[in-house]
Ligand binder design. Structure first.
Ligand code: MEV
Length: 425
């Protein structure tokens, strides 16, 4: 049987599903039923989702949750998170509560500039290219005016166009390095449209355009979030000892890339969950954050901590390119609702909220790792996942959770306990 197909995108939804079932499902009826079960009954809503991407055959759910009690710059927030990983939301909620009695989170946006680049090859001499660029530069701004008008009305637009000589790294390679302000939109379409228009006007016989694209590296679109408290308030017992351990954990992530990647992954658990819930591009944010963590030439922690004059300080600086208008933020009903829950933030406010979600997640991880260990909290949720896998009912769940309090959890042990419970009753 041939598993290749031509014209798949032209099939209607039913035909796509049938083709898939005939070629790939071991149990066709069951597979089709699963796909259909996840389709929305409201056809208008389903059509909306179908049109986000191509060849949609169903929806893939992940949980949507709320972490309340975040105090950010003295304002209270309940933060929506879309994530499948156990413990992330519970950790966020606990940390929000912890810091809500210690002054909350302080945040500020450091910068909001984004970058797009036109990459091109040029074989003649650099002076001639510079002269040509200087001559045409104001024209490049002018031809984008119809595209930038709306953005300029909202305080954004093209900030600068710079010619960069990159021939030291690659023969004949130059760039137009263009900086943008995109107000409350993430601005990917805006930036790419401007770049292609500029590239078209800039190219000539000698200038061979290779490509024009925004950069997801946004070190000039930076936000900072911080918490601080007296050391004695850091922990119930031995506060100084645990604060020191916490700081050493951050220092380790700063010098040891194997640890730094996991440390930053924990931060991204919080960040990506809110980025996704607000309809933003989590791949762009993650790529930019990890690149920023390597800016010194070595991959390091995105957070920092110190003790100074009897106080504990913990902070994050992270590049976040986000939007609160346009794109999925205005299309996906849950993304729109997330923004409503967050009290209709501007893009700058959303940067601050999301930086807090990252800092909170890292705080939870480091506090657990340097005290009880991570498994205690994780395993509670893991236990529930195992029980669900084993199709335990409510009563069985209650009995098993009780039985495993304070005990080591493994799939085998739970499965055995459930088996014993079922055979004994
Ligand atoms: C798990 O998703 C995230 C942690 O590994 C983060 C960390 O180790 O800092 C717990």
């Amino acid at each position: 049987m041939s598993k290749k197909v031509s014209g798949f995108s032209k099939f209607n939804s039913e035909e796509k599903i049938n083709w898939l079932a005939n070629n790939y499902f071991s149990d066709k009826k069951k597979g089709i039923a699963i796909l259909k079960q996840y389709l929305n009954q409201d056809q208008k809503l389903q059509d909306l989702h179908n049109e986000f991407i191509e060849n949609t055959i169903s929806n893939f759910y992940i949980p949507y949750a709320i972490a309340p009690n975040f105090i950010i710059n003295e304002k209270a927030y309940a933060i929506p998170m879309a994530i499948e990983e156990s413990s992330v939301v519970a950790a966020a909620s606990l940390v929000a509560k912890f810091w809500s009695t210690r002054g909350g989170f302080q945040t500020k946006v450091i910068s909001t500039t984004k970058v797009g680049q036109i990459h091109f090859m040029y074989e003649d001499n650099f002076e001639k290219l510079t002269t040509y660029f200087e001559e045409i530069k104001s024209q490049l701004f002018k031809i984008t005016e119809p595209l930038t008008q709306n953005m300029r009305n909202r305080g954004g637009g093209i900030i600068d166009i710079e010619l960069r000589n990159k021939t030291i790294d690659l023969d004949n390679y130059y760039q137009l390095h263009i900086t943008f302000e995109t107000a409350d939109s993430m601005g990917a379409n805006f930036i790419n449209s401007c770049l292609e228009t500029i590239a078209n006007a800039f190219k000539n016989e000698q200038i061979k355009i290779i490509m024009s694209i925004l950069s997801n590296y946004v070190p000039e679109c930076l936000v900072r979030a911080e918490v601080t408290c007296d050391i004695k308030d850091f922990f119930e017992k031995d506060a100084e000892h645990y604060a020191q351990k916490f700081i050493q954990a951050v220092q380790i992530a700063n010098i040891e890339p194997y640890r730094a990647v996991t440390h930053n992954k924990g931060i991204m658990n919080g960040i990506d969950a809110v980025v996704l819930a607000t309809g933003n591009d989590f791949r762009a944010v993650a790529a930019g954050a990890h690149a920023y963590a390597s800016r010194s030439g070595k991959y390091k922690s995105l957070t920092n901590a110190k003790i100074e004059n009897g106080k504990f300080y913990f902070w994050i600086e992270i590049p976040l390119s986000l939007g609160t208008v346009g794109g999925l933020t205005s299309l996906h009903p849950l993304a729109k609702l997330s923004l409503e829950i967050l009290q209709q933030p501007t893009a700058k406010e959303l940067m601050q909220i999301i930086a807090v979600a990252g800092l909170a997640q890292n705080f939870a991880a480091l506090k657990a790792l340097t005290t009880t260990g991570i498994q205690q909290g994780h395993m509670k949720m893991h236990l529930m996942n195992i029980l669900n896998q084993l199709e335990a009912n409510v009563n069985e769940k209650e009995i098993i959770v009780e039985k495993f309090q304070g005990k080591t959890i493994s799939h085998n042990a739970i499965s055995q306990a459930l088996h014993n419970l079922r055979t004994s009753s």
